[in-house]
Design a protein around this ligand. Structure first.
Ligand SMILES: Cc1cc2nc3c(=O)[nH]c(=O)nc-3n(C[C@H](O)[C@H](O)[C@H](O)COP(=O)(O)O)c2cc1C
Ligand SMILES: O=C(O)C(=O)c1ccccc1
Length: 386
């Protein structure tokens, strides 16, 4: 239970200390000034003409809350349950690869922040540090492993086994990135973190992967990753095979169609992440929040739904939770925090998102995450959603 009256959540940001960017636009601006165009463009941009990047934001702007008052909102319960564990907030860290691009401590700084805040951390396959190093950096954090299937699928199974052994508690299979999206900003900047070796963490120490390399040169390693990380054959048979290979809960990340959500349930999947990869994969696809209501209807509470893509403030999280998500995952905002101030920056970004969410739940007239399902929302055309 969070007591809203324990000091004002906004005013604690107005102090004599060094100021920190308070919103996504300010964060993005500060990072643009701090890091080089290549990595900045890689993180910021969306695929193609960035329609989906815009769709993500537009989707949140379409909804407005009609608040209720005089309901005693002094105690707001923000905790949630996922796979048998309780977390104090409905916020997660989305899997983001190659964190070494923006900070030397990379994923280690992020997982330490996740541990401190008790928010689940999803580690990417293409991380700068190995999953064992991440586990060691934050032994008590809840860690899930995001799997990119490998063309040589024994590499994928090897990574899953390593994740299990290191104490990771779920596998998140990303289904929307069987090849890279058409990312024009990276061509403009002639920038590929994959080619620069930032994705080495989990591959370099994988015995199945290294056994396939002709030698231990940097070029062989980069080639090996490129040959394996893109895997356009991925299909439901692979999902069923993965289920046989692990006892951990499996989530599918990148679901946008209600039929795929239904198939996930039919195939015994334990959770889904409604996501368009932050607009970085197929341009022109639906905003993730726009995809949520139809998926929530099909899923009907059978498995948890996490939403990401464009959750840049507490109010966005509130809308997603109100429209059927059980939790939301954050991508770019925490990466920007990492770029600015390492672990501390990540914590500041996530804490501000959380504090704004708390204020928003209370000011909307609700006192819990579940209670958000009862608040009134209208769409921009004035139609009442509920
Ligand atoms: C720099 C960057 C790298 C990413 N790497 C991965 C990855 O390795 N695996 C994955 O499943 N998603 C990856 N994503 C997508 C995120 O998990 C998430 O879906 C997306 O960032 C959410 O949108 P947001 O950035 O608008 O919050 C990446 C996103 C960014 C910005
Ligand atoms: O950049 C990304 O969004 C991403 O997910 C990715 C996918 C494959 C290789 C490297 C990064």
């Amino acid at each position: 239970m969070t007591n809203i009256t324990d000091g004002d959540l906004l005013l604690k940001n107005i102090t004599a200390q060094a100021p920190f960017p308070i919103c996504f636009a300010d964060l993005e601006k500060a990072v643009a000034e701090k890091i080089e165009a290549g990595p900045f463009g890689y993180i910021r941009s969306g695929a193609g003409g960035e329609q989906t990047l815009r769709n993500n934001r537009a989707a949140f702007e379409k909804y407005s809350i009609v608040p209720r008052f005089l309901k005693d909102v002094s105690n707001v319960q923000t905790s949630i349950n996922l796979f048998g564990k309780t977390y104090p907030t409905p916020l997660l860290f989305a899997p983001v690869g190659m964190n070494g691009m923006v900070h030397d401590e990379g994923e280690l700084a992020v997982v330490r922040a996740a541990e401190h805040l008790n928010m689940p951390y999803i580690q990417s396959t293409v991380s700068t540090y190995a999953l064992e190093e991440v586990a060691q950096a934050a032994p008590s954090a809840t860690k899930w492993f995001q799997l990119y299937w490998s063309t040589n699928e024994e590499i994928a199974f090897s990574m899953v086994a390593r994740a299990e052994a290191a104490g990771f508690e779920a596998i998140v299979l990303t289904v929307d990135t069987v090849m890279l999206g058409w990312r024009e900003e990276d061509v403009r900047n002639q920038f590929s973190p994959l080619k620069l070796g930032y994705a080495r963490g989990n591959y370099m120490n994988d015995p199945v992967f290294t056994a396939t390399l002709p030698d231990d040169s940097f070029e062989s390693y980069v080639q090996g990753v490129l040959q394996n990380v893109f895997h356009p054959t991925l299909n439901w048979a692979h999902v069923r095979e993965l289920k046989k290979r692990t006892n951990l809960p499996i989530l599918l990340k990148g679901i946008l169609h209600p039929e795929d959500a239904k198939l996930a349930i039919d195939n015994g999947i334990d959770g889904i992440i409604v996501s368009n990869h932050g607009g970085r994969q197929l341009d022109g696809v639906i905003g993730s929040l726009d995809a949520l209501p139809a998926i929530a209807k099909v899923v009907n509470g059978q498995i948890p739904i996490i939403l990401d893509s464009g959750v840049y403030r507490g109010m966005d999280a509130l809308k997603a939770l109100a429209l059927g998500a059980d939790a939301v995952a954050i991508g770019r905002p925490f990466v920007y925090g990492l770029a600015l101030e390492g672990q501390q920056g990540v914590e500041k970004v996530m804490t501000n998102l959380y504090d704004e969410l708390k204020v928003s739940i209370a000011l909307a007239g609700a006192t819990s995450v579940k209670g958000l399902r009862n608040i009134t929302l209208v769409k921009h055309d004035g139609t009442e959603v509920r």
